[in-house]
Design a protein around this ligand. Structure first.
Ligand SMILES: Cc1cc2nc3c(=O)[nH]c(=O)nc-3n(C[C@H](O)[C@H](O)[C@H](O)COP(=O)(O)OP(=O)(O)OC[C@H]3O[C@@H](n4cnc5c(N)ncnc54)[C@H](O)[C@@H]3O)c2cc1C
Length: 220
């Protein structure tokens, strides 16, 4: 279906959010993605982008948030779209969805991997939620303002590289101690990011004897 770019939001120096007006209404579940389709030299090329904000269902308006992959085929084109540009997309798809239970949920994200988790978090106003979010520098914390305001969310950003003197939060990569301190009985864990990040998080969770059924992942 066609989607018109309604707004391009510069989130920080690396990430833009595109607000899209869809030709038809869709329904989606928190955590799902849409597929953007480009015609490149007469070949259809598809890339997945997680829906980055929750919306009442059904909806004709969705957002995606992306950075530019170095020498990427699609992301630099999509990153540089303008208001009123028309895109082709399909969806929503995906089995990485928030379980409908009242168990506490722990979200582990790095960089733009926070996008599907943000939608999950926005969709739950009462459940006990924790987000541990690793970024290279403070200004790269996506959705910082709204995440800080959500009363049922314990928000733990951790900065790995450019740590300002004023920073009083966590530093360094997400480690075993940080995860262990935020695990409760029956906690469900949702992890999203690049392959290496997801692998590293699973290794930590295995060392903490967390059952596989409680771990949900999306790898880019
Ligand atoms: C289910 C799913 C959801 C996704 N949701 C998002 C999203 O919400 N936001 C988003 O920015 N991307 C998301 N991605 C990644 C996205 O689909 C593309 O892979 C990414 O934009 C690169 O596409 P490209 O054509 O520019 O790069 P390609 O020409 O396909 O080159 C791929 C290279 O870029 C790397 N890469 C992939 N993603 C990134 C990234 N985000 N940053 C840096 N390098 C990357 C790959 O590891 C690979 O080395 C998602 C992927 C999946 C599978």
């Amino acid at each position: 279906m066609k989607a018109t770019v309604l707004e391009v939001i510069k989130e920080n120096s690396e990430v833009r959010t595109l607000k899209l007006n869809l030709e038809q209404e869709i329904t989606f579940e928190p955590g799902q993605f849409i597929t953007i389709i480009y015609n490149i030299e007469n070949k259809l090329v598809r890339r997945a982008y997680s829906i980055s904000h929750w919306a009442e269902q059904p909806t004709k308006t969705i957002t995606i948030s992306l950075n530019q992959a170095p020498n990427g085929t699609i992301s630099p084109k999509l990153y540089n779209v303008k208001v009123n540009d028309v895109l082709e997309l399909e969806g929503a798809f995906g089995v990485f969805k928030l379980n409908k239970s009242n168990n506490p949920a722990l979200f582990l994200a790095a960089g733009t991997g926070v996008t599907p988790l943000n939608t999950m978090i926005e969709s739950e106003e009462k459940r006990d939620l924790t987000l541990i979010y690793s970024v290279r520098s403070e200004d790269l914390i996506l959705f910082n303002e709204t995440l800080n305001k959500q009363s049922n969310l314990k928000f733990i950003p951790t900065v790995t590289d450019n740590i300002p003197e004023s920073w009083t939060g966590e530093t360094g990569r997400i480690n075993k101690e940080l995860i262990e301190n935020n695990l409760k009985e029956n906690t469900e864990i949702y992890i999203c990011g690049m392959q290496e990040f997801v692998r590293a998080m699973i290794t930590i969770l295995e060392s903490l004897n967390v059952q596989k059924e409680r771990i949900h992942t999306e790898r880019w």
